[in-house]
Design a protein around this ligand. Structure first.
Ligand SMILES: C[S@@+](CC[C@H](N)C(=O)[O-])C[C@H]1O[C@@H](n2cnc3c(N)ncnc32)[C@H](O)[C@@H]1O
Length: 239
């Protein structure tokens, strides 16, 4: 939750009335938005029916919509478009972000946080393990090597379009328990599309190779915990 809350803390709106949460997942952050601004009409959007079913389980005043962010348009201009840890799954940020800005009222805010750890061993080891095996040609097309650009690219893109642009990065230093815990971390995120396309012995061989690379890059400390620095990019734009 912490990156989402760090992002939310930088949104300087007193009484927004229309709020959209793009890639809302199970709605944990959407509910935070609704409780910070109880008078606002809050809508969560996600393309996963499983996530939306989870979000709908707890009764609330929030509207949940099943839609792809790439095709979504708001019913009315937004005071806030919020998106935590979702837009990195979409390509074409140079058109996506300017398009989202057009959905804001003047003075409205687009606030997004995206993981940007793709240049670190947790993620480059995925590429290296793919390159090293017989699965190379099949798996390489699944990789999205640089889904999130450096901060200055977003600044150049958004400064001509907005009244105020606030962009920063934070490296969160996770201290993880368990054996080779970075593998478990990426298995739930960046490694997923690759693992989903592997079966049986091949899946086992790929994971062993990847895990060995990750273990070398992130050795455990004497207390058994593993330090895992993780970089995230934040963009807060006021139209
Ligand atoms: C890591 S989760 C983040 C969930 C939530 N924002 C949070 O911070 O707890 C990413 C979410 O983005 C959704 N997502 C990814 N690509 C999407 C797309 N093109 N359109 C809509 N939702 C998408 C996924 O279904 C998933 O629920």
């Amino acid at each position: 939750m912490r990156p989402a809350i760090d992002l939310l803390n930088r949104v300087d709106l007193s009484v927004p009335s229309i709020i959209y949460d793009l890639g809302c997942g199970a709605g944990h952050i959407t509910r935070r938005l609704a409780s910070r601004w109880p008078a606002a009409r809050v809508t969560g959007i996600d393309a996963s029916p499983v996530m939306l079913a989870e979000a709908r389980r707890e009764p609330s005043t929030i509207t949940w919509i099943d839609a792809d962010i790439d095709e979504w348009e708001p019913e009315e201009p937004a005071d806030l478009i919020f998106s935590n840890a979702a837009l990195h799954w979409l390509d074409g940020h140079e058109t996506l972000l300017p398009r989202l800005l057009t959905y804001l009222r003047p003075g409205g805010v687009l606030a997004t946080q995206m993981p940007r750890n793709h240049g670190e061993p947790s993620h480059t080891s995925i590429y290296d393990a793919i390159e090293a095996g017989p699965w190379r040609d099949r798996l390489l097309p699944l990789l999205r090597l640089h889904p999130v650009a450096p901060p200055e690219v977003y600044a150049q893109m958004l400064l001509p379009l907005a009244g105020s642009v606030d962009i920063w990065e934070t490296v969160y230093l996770h201290n993880l328990p368990g054996d080779n815990p970075v593998v478990e971390w990426t298995s739930g995120t960046g490694l997923r599309p690759v693992l989903q396309s592997l079966r049986g012995q091949e899946r086992h061989d790929f994971l062993s190779d990847y895990a060995a690379r990750v273990a070398r890059a992130y050795p455990p400390r004497p207390d058994g915990l593993t330090l895992f620095p993780f970089r995230r990019l934040f963009v807060v734009v006021t139209r």
